[in-house]
Design a protein around this ligand. Sequence first.
Ligand code: SF4
Length: 383
Amino acid sequence: MATSQSTTGEPTPGEPDLGKPDSGKPVLGKEPEATRSPSSGAPSDAFLSVRDLRVHFSTEDGIVKAVDGLSFDVEKGRTLGIVGESGSGKSVSSLSILGLHNPERTTIEGSIRFDGNELLSMPERKLRDLRGRRISMIFQDPLTALSPFYTVGEQIAETYRRHMGANRHDAHARAIEMLDRVGIPQPKVRVNDYPHHFSGGMRQRAMIAMSLVCDPDLLIADEPTTALDVTVQAQILDLLRDLQDEFGAAIVFITHDLGVIASMAHDVLVMYAGRSVEKGTVREVLKTPTHPYTWGLLSSMPNLTGDVDVPLRPVRGTPPSLLDPPSGCPFHPRCDHAAVVGGDRCATERPVISLVDGRGAACHLAAQDKERIFLDEVRPRLG
Ligand code: SF4
């Protein structure tokens, strides 16, 4: 069964009390109320339930294990942030939910249940009907996602007509309504503009309008603010929060930016090499992270409140090739703490994520070692 409760942000049973930094740099924006963590393992009746998802691509060089045993849940009205470096499998996972992989070159195993329906075995026609109407996606680059040959209004209206069976007049009126809803000025005029007439921020708003025109139940946002400046980014995040309040959709928010996660998500899943390495509520994961990779991600963020002389510490090394991932813990070639575990355990034995009330990390470190390392080495770096 999915999920567990954690309304206080206190360490959950079974996890070490790692303390509470008062001005930890991950807390960059308004934190949504944290009430529930994503879970994994047992089957779930969550609104979106992904279990043991494996997405492997066949290439000339071999099999790329882009996603290799991923599990998570998302409920309606909640946002799950998926964070990790490029190539960690974030976007591949979301495209699997939408059924957008090339079936000739892709092997997908596991389970993706949406509102009680298994998507991986769903006929393409039925899946196509779900896409756009009940499941929608905001892509990273609105300039390439919007067609340059049709007006913004035509593209929004066409989505509405196709999925909702509306006539042209009603679909046009709906397009204007949605442009107004996402904050496009003079929507009755701008509805007739082409994408190149819009600024980057306006195009992203238009993409959001198109994604929400059918009132989807599940919205997947893949790095929706990466290409935007910080002011427009903040506006878009505000908009998504408002729209979630209004429409009550479940949101999967993919990003490499923990600051965005802090201001946007209820729950967090940290991905590395196609797997989840840490899960919990935003408060749990960003205040008291327990996986060395999450420590590395947090330490690599700029600190706007602490000592400006403290240098940024990027995660050393590079993400592994998913053609030939490392043995044991896939993070071990980059990890500074494998020696604490001792022997060659990190290099030979793959850690599994063990969850207590939806909170946990895939790491061999003992709880007392995690606590000591976090308090003595990691937290001082976070400012
Ligand atoms: Fe580091 Fe070992 Fe934990 Fe992997 S299992 S993150 S190598 S300490």
